[in-house]
Design a protein around this ligand. Structure first.
Ligand code: PAF
Length: 281
């Protein structure tokens, strides 16, 4: 497994790949957990060449967010990736990706970031789209793997690829969960033991909403139920509880399957913000 930290070496590596090769890319911010490793293993399995990028992207963090304390564990990450058969890891410095800060060009997302994390974290999705575009240009993958825990991110990147004609396929991959249902996240390491215990309420609540779907008159009642269920966990402070159309993220009144409803929760546990989602059909 090749560790590449500069853009010239990445270009050299990429140019050395057979022109028709299927190239799988797994963009990450490091602090790899089993969810990332599932993406990496799938990229190895489905492609002739597999590349993982590890880059904590400053432009997707707001001024008061956790950019500086975000876990950086490059050595441990490399040790986890090596046995999987990944061909190259690209782990650049910020100055390689953004040589002239602040960047002159920024993305504007018209509608898909108006709800959920796009609304709670202004500018976040723009930063994601910016860095993902840069990584697509540099690595030129044919297939790019993203975890569905970041459901809104997956939708936005799929749209980015379509509108900017990136010649690649976005491969959304299922959420990987701990035994108690908590969605794997690099931020789970911030949780105190009691926060970690209560964090399982997010996935449990989503499951309960799905199980009781037929008993709700519509999304308003289902969301009220979810808020009430979360209220039993005093360390869980909901940021949003939403049920939206799974393709457009538009509001829904009805829970009918035609709306492809997906339930979303974001919540604070102390200083840690966690997200989770569950398609209701
Ligand atoms: O999902 C993430 O880890 C990040 O948002 C991504 C896609 C690697 C961009 O920095």
């Amino acid at each position: 497994m090749l560790l590449i930290t500069d853009i010239d070496s990445l270009r050299q590596f990429r140019n050395s790949c057979p022109p028709e090769a299927r190239i799988g890319l797994v963009p990450t911010m490091g602090a790899l957990h089993a969810g990332h490793l599932a993406l990496a293993a799938r990229a190895v399995q489905e492609n002739e060449v597999s590349i993982v990028t590890i880059f904590v992207n400053p432009t997707q963090f707001g001024p008061s967010e956790d950019f500086s304390r975000y876990p950086r564990t490059l050595e441990a990450d490399l040790a986890k990736l090596a046995p999987l058969g990944i061909d190259a890891v690209f782990a650049p410095e910020v100055a390689s990706i953004y040589p002239e800060p602040p960047a002159e060009f920024a993305f504007q997302i018209r509608s898909l970031d108006r709800k959920l994390c796009g609304a709670s974290r202004p500018g976040h999705m723009n930063g994601v789209v910016q860095v993902v575009s840069i990584l697509f240009h540099l690595t030129r993958p044919t297939h790019a793997y993203f975890g569905l825990k970041d459901y809104q991110q997956c939708l936005i990147i799929r749209r980015l690829v379509r509108e900017l004609h990136f010649p690649l396929e976005v491969v959304p991959c299922p959420i990987v969960r701990e035994a108690d249902g908590l969605a794997m996240s690099s931020r789970n390491v911030y949780l105190s033991p009691e926060e970690r215990r209560q964090a399982a309420a997010l996935s449990r609540t989503l499951r309960e909403v799905r199980e009781r779907l037929g008993t709700f008159s519509g999304t308003a009642e289902a969301k009220a139920f979810a808020r009430q269920a979360l209220a039993a966990f005093p360390l869980v402070q909901p940021d949003y509880v939403e049920i939206l159309h799974g393709e457009t993220l538009e509001d829904l009144d009805s829970l009918a399957p035609e709306g492809q409803p997906v339930a979303f929760i974001a919540a604070w546990l102390g200083k840690t913000r966690l997200i989770d989602n569950l398609p209701l059909y």
